[in-house]
Design a protein around this ligand. Structure first.
Ligand code: 5AD
Ligand code: SF4
Length: 466
């Protein structure tokens, strides 16, 4: 009997709840793609779903506790549906699943299926096993086969701004981070596959691509001709795709920001002048304890080189406060670094010990109250910088890629080159096009733009970047 004979076509509804990063949002989309041909239609809520997948994130906070409390809620739902004669498959996916698969199975009997980020291409097979009566399907391998190989034929983009995973995993082993354990060793997708997927996304309407990877600028894809291609060169090749207007990538490690990538920022108008380049701390002692493999001097010099190549580039970063051993002076050094570099936007977090990482076993853990106080001070400084960056945009002209309708009739929401949301009064058929607008108002988290030639038709696909 074939696997497909167990599948009831177009009969089941699928709800995926995504936690955490863009990588997970991308993965959730691919899970829906994989299950689509097997009769699963995506719906917007758990109540109506025959299969519910929690695509979890383990990077910070009490991720697993959140998952267990969500599973508690889902138990009631599953029972209620069972009384009405309906089956519900409950699956836990993503990094919590990878890290705690067995434990989830033991603690949450309602869970039918647990699978990690490397095995979701096997979902149809897992569903078939549940359909056949297996109740506890666990697949948290790091398979040798490339999951992306199994996904290459699927994916129908509906978004003007699409994500494309080019790299996964990480070999850096920062001492606070679970990624090397949950996502595994660094892996780059081969160049021809990345280019194919990019072409397909653009043919489907994407005008902006964000290349994703936990350590995206470590990208070193097999070019299919016996050589290796880095991220700078990949951006050059993507830049040739007609109809693709904007390229972004995230998240980068300072150590992997090579000359070729910096030159790509200098040369390619489609490569947006916005770079997320996490430093994590402004103290060299802390950076060393974090095993970041860079110090503040090399970071600041790197920023100078990037700014020399692309003067209008805006920077973003991640920061962790209260890493074990962080002193008041270390924290002051972080504030000083932020003042020196100046960020357009940034994320900051209190250190949270992740079991199994070296940081969790360090004896010099920082008091929660101290972490909270430092976080508040850092966020207030970063906020000030973000407000100043946005304020400086007022009165300037910026290209906006219209992505979707706004909250009000006749309004569209687009993005500036610097990833700011821009609200503009424009007709709906402008979605998917770029237009230069004047920024007339600024708020902390969004801008308002005015079209000058309001009667004009949208700019054609030849308008570039900023
Ligand atoms: N505690 C706090 N923040 C963390 N991050 C990663 N691991 C931890 C942790 N254990 C933050 C880092 C990283 C971002 C994605 O999440 O700043 O760059
Ligand atoms: Fe984690 Fe990024 Fe460090 Fe890799 S480089 S271990 S993903 S923080």
């Amino acid at each position: 009997m074939t696997q497909d004979s167990h599948i009831k076509p177009n009969e089941r509804r699928l709800f995926i709840k995504s936690y955490g990063c863009q990588m997970n949002v991308y993965d959730s989309g691919r899970m829906a793609d994989v299950l689509g041909p097997h009769g699963f239609e995506s719906v917007g809520g758990a109540e109506e779903a025959d299969m519910i997948i929690l695509n979890t994130c383990h990077i910070r906070e009490k991720a697993s506790e959140k998952v267990y409390s969500e599973l508690g809620r889902l138990r009631a739902l599953k029972d209620q549906r069972a009384r009405a004669g309906k089956d519900t498959i409950i699956a836990v996916a993503g990094c919590v699943a990878q890290a705690e698969g067995e434990e989830i199975m033991a603690r949450a009997p309602i869970v039918d299926m647990v699978f990690g980020p490397q095995t979701y291409h096997r979902l149809p097979e897992m569903v078939a096993r549940v359909d056949q009566g297996e109740t506890r399907v666990l697949d948290t391998d790091f398979p040798v086969e490339d999951k992306f190989d199994n996904l290459s034929a699927v994916g129908s983009p509906k978004n003007v701004a699409a994500f494309l995973t080019i790299q996964e995993g990480c070999d850096k082993f920062c001492t606070f981070c679970v990624v090397p354990y949950t996502r595994g060793a660094e892996f780059s997708r081969p160049l021809p596959r990345v280019l194919d997927e990019a072409q397909r996304l653009v043919a489907g309407g994407a005008r902006e691509l964000t290349l994703l990877g936990q350590n995206v600028n470590a990208y070193h894809g097999d070019n299919g001709k016996g050589g290796i291609t880095g991220l700078g060169d990949l951006c050059r090749q993507l830049s040739e795709i007609e109809g693709l207007e904007r390229i972004r990538y995230t998240t980068s490690h300072p150590r992997d920001m090579d000359d070729s990538l910096i030159e790509a920022h200098r040369d390619l108008p489609k490569l947006m002048p916005y770079l997320h380049l996490p430093i994590q701390s402004g103290s060299n002692t802390v950076l060393q304890a974090m095993n970041r493999q860079h110090d503040t001097k090399t970071y600041v010099e790197l920023v100078e080189r990037i700014r020399a190549a692309r003067p209008d580039i805006a920077l973003s970063s991640d920061f962790i406060v209260g890493f074990p051993g962080e002193t008041d002076q270390d924290f002051e050094d972080t504030l000083a670094l932020v003042r020196e570099v100046t960020y357009a936007q940034a994320y900051s977090f209190k250190y949270s010990p992740r079991p199994g990482t070296p940081g969790a076993d360090m004896e010099t853990q920082v008091d929660e109250a101290v972490k909270s106080e430092r976080l508040a001070r850092l966020q207030s400084l970063l906020n000030e910088q973000q407000i100043a960056f946005n304020a400086a945009c007022k009165g300037t002209r910026m290209s906006v890629l219209y992505e979707k309708p706004g909250r009000f009739e006749g309004q569209l929401i687009g993005r500036s080159p610097y990833l700011q949301s821009v609200h503009v009064e424009a007709p709906e058929h402008f979605i998917g096009t770029l237009e230069e607008v004047e920024i007339v108002d600024v708020k902390p988290n969004s801008l308002t733009g005015h079209r000058s030639g309001a009667a004009k038709e949208p700019a054609k696909a030849t308008v570039h970047g900023a």
